[in-house]
Design a protein around this ligand. Structure first.
Ligand SMILES: [Zn+2]
Length: 70
């Protein structure tokens, strides 16, 4: 899938779609957030969202489909 605005949807280089960006646990349900510090996208588990909500923005501007391609 290709979007013209791909540059706004870059994932953090240390992000992994199979694990939480913060606690590095392999969680069944991860949500995509934007890290305010870098403005890059990361996957977070619910626990880390609650604990770090000041540092991340929910990014639901696009329906995410399948695996990330970066
Ligand atoms: Zn976590």
């Amino acid at each position: 899938m290709k979007y013209d605005d791909d540059k706004f949807y870059e994932f953090h280089e240390k992000d992994d779609s199979d694990m939480c960006f913060v606690c590095r646990k392999d969680m069944p349900s991860l949500m995509i957030f934007r890290q305010i510090e870098t403005m890059l996208l990361v996957h977070l588990c619910r626990d880390c969202v609650y604990e770090n909500i000041a540092d991340y923005l929910l990014d639901n501007t696009r329906p995410w489909i399948g695996d990330r391609k970066i």
